[in-house]
Design a protein around this ligand. Sequence first.
Ligand SMILES: C[S@@+](CC[C@H](N)C(=O)[O-])C[C@H]1O[C@@H](n2cnc3c(N)ncnc32)[C@H](O)[C@@H]1O
Length: 285
Amino acid sequence: MDEVLSFLNLKKGGIYVDLTLGAAGHSCAILDHLQGDAHLVGVDRDAGILEFAKQKLEKYGGKFTLCHGAFVDICKILEEHNIGKVDGVLMDIGVSSWQLDQGQRGFSFRKEGPLDMRMDRSQSLTAEKIVNSYPETQLADVIYRYGEEHRSRQIARAIVHYRDRKKILSTLELANLIQNTLRYRGKIHPATKTFQALRIEVNQELQQLQTTLENLPKVLKDKGRAVVISFHSLEDRIVKHAFKNKEFWNNLTKKPVIASREETRENPRSRSAKLRCAEKLSDGV
Ligand SMILES: C[S@@+](CC[C@H](N)C(=O)[O-])C[C@H]1O[C@@H](n2cnc3c(N)ncnc32)[C@H](O)[C@@H]1O
């Protein structure tokens, strides 16, 4: 948290955007440190979590604006709210624990629920559609590419074999099918990588991240900061590559910042977090 605040380099009267508002943990910390007439814009694709965050942020009165939308639409969102260029942007990508805890959203292989996994519930593609309709090779490719699961072909074959008899409808049905297929009982649940892959495919997460990083220079002021926290190597690779572009960025983290031992004790999720920050170079964008 301290690193996020220090990399954002909060200025008196500055405008900051939390593009992944979630349960507003980072936003609360930013709001606590805003000075003068500084303002925070919070964006999330998930209307449910946005409502949850709104209640948490009420105490900050008029110091923030909340917007429902995907971060890929950052330019449009700011324009619609008459917000010009901003001083800093934060992205803490992935799924929030709030979403994982809501069984009915279908993100967790530990909670019974429909195979949904949509962050924005108005879109039509769900995990259930993918699992029950993608051809076997396409399914294996998704699980391999986005889950980095080496046994993707075996899992895809088992899914297709199962769905020939019965549609796969629930999270636990899929999790048990994978567990029975891999016959592995370690610390990490055997369905972890497949669930990650399906979530990334449902929400087009990597494409969204890539396009958003390309658009950030358009919304940042000169010397404005972009801070991105990612949770797996696929995301971190995209961020690292984007910030290497010397046309737009002064890369402030040659190596990613990782959580301290104390932080991982307090928040186990931060164990695999990598933070990168870059400052926008002066230009005519
Ligand atoms: C890891 S959580 C953020 C947690 C937050 N930093 C906090 O302190 O509570 C990620 C959030 O980003 C949202 N999200 C993921 N992809 C998004 C996208 N493309 N556009 C907007 N929000 C997105 C998710 O709905 C989720 O609420």
